[in-house]
Design a protein around this ligand. Structure first.
Ligand SMILES: Nc1nc2c(ncn2[C@@H]2O[C@H](COP(=O)(O)OP(=O)(O)OP(=O)(O)O)[C@@H](O)[C@H]2O)c(=O)[nH]1
Length: 234
């Protein structure tokens, strides 16, 4: 990490590595005997709540699932999901982060783990908890102590440069979703550029492009989620 001075007698660390994240202070807990936890993160308005709703629609009848939402000051996302009727409202827990959302999904994950625990107590045998982060920036990723796998959602409206800007969300998330491809032509986003940059930045890690207007149940992401869950007998 480089250090830069700026004229008041000391230096601040300056990190120009787009793939660098803050250190993760939590270890991944063993996944046996508890619900699998998938984190959904990404910039403000990219479609995280819409994807969460889509996954509830796609998987709700076959998987015992619940959702934790994170908002800074409100319970907006939880309220949206409850109103959308995609899941029993009892299966939705809201965390108010009161600070930058990445703090609650990475640095102090207690409130989120407590919310997961409440859901697990309420619904014994829960298979899956989807944890939706509040909208943040390209550096916001989940602690492995909270999310077993994570999806990072960007959208075409942010510009086709977003994947090549990197950041740990784009480069290290277990799945990158490029959302709202139905409006790519309206915002002048070149999908070939976005997908080839995304693959270049991510190596072997998967990339899904989708429109939740054209495919409201997010079939490709739902298939990816199914592939992560343990196969159940019967
Ligand atoms: N055209 C189009 N609009 C979409 C798509 N996905 C989501 N939207 C719209 O984009 C807006 C933002 O979507 P949200 O799901 O609320 O985004 P978010 O990432 O949860 O937003 P924050 O929680 O505020 O960060 C909403 O008006 C959605 O209806 C899509 O695939 N295509």
């Amino acid at each position: 990490m480089e250090k830069r001075g700026h004229g008041h007698g000391h230096v601040h660390p300056v990190n120009f590595d787009p793939t660098a994240a803050e250190p993760d202070h939590h270890e991944q807990a063993p996944t046996t005997g508890r619900a699998y936890r998938i984190g959904i993160g990404g910039p403000v308005g990219s479609g995280k709540t819409a994807l969460t709703a889509a996954l509830c629609r796609a998987l709700g009848d076959e998987v015992n699932l619940a959702v934790v939402t994170n908002d800074i000051y409100t319970t907006e996302d939880a309220d949206f999901l409850r109103k959308a009727g995609v899941l029993d409202p009892e299966r939705i827990e809201a965390v108010q982060t009161g600070a930058c959302p990445h703090t609650a999904i990475r640095d102090d994950i207690t409130a989120n783990l407590d919310a997961v625990e409440r859901l697990e107590e309420r619904f014994p045998g829960l298979d899956l908890v989807i944890i939706e982060s509040g909208g943040d920036n390209l550096t916001a990723v989940f602690s492995r102590g909270l999310a077993d796998s994570q999806v990072f959602v960007v959208d075409v409206a942010g510009g086709d440069k977003v994947p090549r800007k990197g950041g740990p969300g784009v480069t290290t998330a277990d799945l990158l979703v490029i959302n709202k491809i139905d409006i790519a032509h309206l915002v002048g986003a070149d999908m070939d550029v976005m997908t080839s940059d995304a693959h270049r930045m991510r190596g072997e890690l998967p990339v899904i492009t989708q429109s939740l207007v054209d495919t409201p149940n997010a079939p490709d992401v739902a298939a990816w989620v199914r592939s992560l869950l343990p196969v159940r007998a019967g």
